[in-house]
Design a binder for this molecule. Sequence first.
Ligand SMILES: Nc1nc2c(ncn2[C@@H]2O[C@H](COP(=O)(O)OP(=O)(O)OP(=O)(O)O)[C@@H](O)[C@H]2O)c(=O)[nH]1
Ligand SMILES: [Mg+2]
Ligand SMILES: [Zn+2]
Length: 306
Amino acid sequence: MIYEKKGKVIKGLGGLYEVLLDDGERVSCRAKGSLKREEEKVLIGDNVSVSFDDATPDGVVISTVLERKNALIRPAMANLDYLFITLAARKPTPVLETVDKLTAISEHNRILPIIIITKRDLGENEAEEYRRIYTSVGYPTFVTSSDVGCGINELRSYLENNLKNGATAAFAGASGVGKSTLMNALFPELSLATSDISRKIERGRHTTRHVELYEVFEGGFLADTPGFSLIDFERFNFFELEHLAPAFREFGEYLGSCRYADCAHVGEGDAECAVVRAVKEGRIPASRLESYRSIYRVLKAKKSYD
Ligand SMILES: Nc1nc2c(ncn2[C@@H]2O[C@H](COP(=O)(O)OP(=O)(O)OP(=O)(O)O)[C@@H](O)[C@H]2O)c(=O)[nH]1
Ligand SMILES: [Mg+2]
Ligand SMILES: [Zn+2]
């Protein structure tokens, strides 16, 4: 007998996927041939149909990927509602441009960015500086220390209130910022592997090596993901040049007010550019405009090649 069941892909390693079926059962299976090609590859977070064929021993396969809300390249996941963009107050020193690339990619994909600043115990001033930047942009921002246990309860309540009815979230950020450590502090039953930065270098840096979704609270999903150092706009097509300014939400109220309708906000004159003026008056963080300009340059150059 052949029959189908629906479920959600929660893990994938070496072509073997784990699917949490809607009836609560978990199955381990491969994807059918056409879903192995790069462009149609199954992603963690995908809602899928699994086909069961009782007549053959290997008769369980993912047969269809259901329509996606969104799909990200870094982390490679589908159907995200929230992205917990994680940076450390210190160790490693954050690259705000990477953080801002992640907020822009989230905005473009209609995923709500949430900023998490970890390791407050190592740099209170830095943590406050980053908190100011991202609260002024308008993102929910949490400052935590897994070492001394601060900020954990607030974050847990936020998750409890927002991660339900299948809502899906993922931690993303550089290797060593403490994503797995924080997930363990929030949900001790997960017991995820973590390791310090010097040991990471010995082991080839990354401790977490695959994306995995965990069911937390009632029907909410949260993923731990491997850290990355670079979000390469040159190599990957995250979005086009015209999508860039709208992905910086705090620019929004100024976008119609520049002197020239086609202003790209890359000049220095605050008489011409309302965004530059807002930065000079302290209404937009300078680091955000810098990140915007750096991504702009890459997307602009890419556009002139084609
Ligand atoms: N002082 C301090 N150290 C922390 C804190 N959170 C995590 N760490 C340490 O930071 C190191 C890296 O933590 P991990 O949780 O493995 O980092 P990760 O982001 O999951 O790294 P990858 O899996 O490689 O992406 C570990 O040595 C942790 O003990 C914190 O709040 N304060
Ligand atoms: Mg990890
Ligand atoms: Zn402008």
